[in-house]
Design a protein around this ligand. Structure first.
Ligand SMILES: O=C(O)c1cc(=O)[nH]c(=O)n1[C@@H]1O[C@H](COP(=O)(O)O)[C@@H](O)[C@H]1O
Length: 236
């Protein structure tokens, strides 16, 4: 029997993409905060709100508030402050909001004794080259990821969200001192769903991911606790 991994080592961030607070809560009640962290995104936050996030934190979970802010600098700065007041562990913005927006967000967190990690989404893992082309970007996703990751680093943020397929390149180009959070993680044989740039959990960690965001392969599993345990085991 393997020991549960320590909290500071929990690499799996479970995406709590649930339609109701009750649905999310009955799922969370099966989980141990030593074995995963939790991500609250737009769907759940819209129905459950800040009190729900605070309740997860009170249960001992680190919470990544994934609202992917993308707005004028002042609005984003105030939004990340509101997130920090909730006590979240990590919060994100869209890097395509630009360096002025990202710097304003970073500066707005300076007043907090223990600010959340601030990271920026580069190119969504559901996108591929044809999706960038329709936005007028005639380049490969990895080139755009690198460009936005460099901009994020230069803006003083703690890391980026990218696909695990770009992690080796980013470690070479940007170094180890940068948090790389990778969704689009699929254990071998599981449904890909709407994700495009995917990788398995062990391959993503091997490449140098800091954290793995995993939703449906755990939340929709017949036995989510066993699915999480199998993923954690595969990372040891
Ligand atoms: O910022 C994110 O977390 C995110 C960025 C990205 O590029 N791709 C991506 O899938 N996500 C989120 O990661 C989660 C992935 O969920 P599954 O596809 O169910 O594993 C979802 O909650 C997405 O909102």
């Amino acid at each position: 029997m393997t020991q549960p991994i320590l909290e500071q080592d929990a690499k799996v961030l479970i995406a709590l993409d649930f339609a109701t607070a009750n649905g999310a809560l009955s799922f969370v009640d099966q989980l141990n905060p030593n074995e995963c962290r939790l991500k609250v995104g737009k769907e759940l936050f819209a129905v459950a709100g800040p009190d729900f996030v605070k309740a997860l934190i009170a249960k001992g979970f680190d919470v990544f508030l994934d609202l992917k802010y993308h707005d004028i600098p002042n609005t984003v700065a105030k939004a990340v402050q509101a997130a920090a007041r909730m006590g979240v562990w990590m919060v994100n913005v869209h890097a395509s909001g630009g360096s002025k927006m990202m710097k304003a967000a970073k500066e707005a967190l300076a007043e907090f004794e223990k600010p959340p990690l601030l990271i920026a989404v580069t190119v969504l893992t559901s996108m591929q080259q044809e999706d960038l082309a329709e936005l007028g970007l005639d380049i490969e996703p990895k080139e755009q990821v690198l460009r936005l990751a460099k901009l994020t680093k230069a803006s003083g943020l703690d890391g980026v969200v990218c696909s695990a397929q770009e992690v080796t390149m980013l470690r070479e180009e940007i170094g180890d001192d940068f948090c790389l959070v990778t969704p689009g993680i699929r254990p071998a044989g599981s449904d890909v769903n709407d994700q495009k740039r995917i990788m398995t959990p062990p391959d993503a960690m091997q490449a140098g991911s800091s954290y793995l965001v995993i939703g449906r392969p755990i939340t929709k599993a017949e036995n989510p606790v066993a699915a999480l345990a199998a993923i954690n085991d595969s990372l040891r």
